[in-house]
Ligand binder design. Structure first.
Ligand code: CO
Length: 182
């Protein structure tokens, strides 16, 4: 495995529409391993292949989703639940269905250091994709995970978060964390 360099604006690779993945072989596996290592090192919760200068429709996402509230839990007790991050590797991902309802959230991007922006995204999305072996797969995501997928799939179409942001700004230190770097 090796760390790859993250492309940043104004690198034109970030504005290109990426090609579909058609070959599911060992090279793809090793590319994915590099993407995972690069995402974790950044650190970030998502990375799209164009961000390492490869114009292919491939994304990795690693995020620990919040557990649902436990209705039986007494209001005055605080239980710390440990949630393990889940790793998603998707080739040729496509949003097939999305909620009418949207939410605002603050996003950053590893390819656009130094700014964040408030972006309106669908509250949930259904995604169709292929796994590392080319097998079709579907998944549904909501909340922050849905936002990460929407951000990464945008990367495959040359779309960057400032294109969608209501406004962008230079963040205060407490507004930057690994969770909004995608
Ligand atoms: Co990004």
């Amino acid at each position: 495995m090796s760390l790859r360099q993250i492309a940043t604006l104004p690198d034109p690779v970030l504005r290109r529409k990426a090609r579909p993945v058609t070959v599911f072989d060992k090279n793809l596996q090793s590319l994915v391993n590099d993407m995972i290592e690069t995402m974790r090192d950044a650190p970030g919760v998502g990375l799209a292949a164009p961000q390492i200068s490869l114009s292919e429709r491939l994304i990795v996402v690693e995020y620990a989703d919040e557990p649902p509230e436990d209705p039986n839990q007494a209001a005055d007790t605080e239980v710390v639940k440990e949630v393990k991050p889940k790793l998603y590797i998707l080739a040729n991902p496509e949003i097939v269905k999305s909620s009418e309802e949207t939410e605002l959230g603050v996003e950053g991007c590893l390819s656009i250091p130094g700014i964040v922006g408030e972006v309106e995204r669908h509250s949930w999305v259904q995604i169709k994709a292929q796994n590392l072996h080319g097998k079709p797969t579907r998944l549904k995501a909501q909340g922050w995970l849905a936002r990460i997928f929407q951000h990464e799939i945008d990367h495959l179409n040359g779309v960057l978060f400032p294109d969608r942001a209501t406004h962008v700004w230079k963040p205060q230190t407490d507004e930057v964390n690994a969770e909004n770097e995608v």
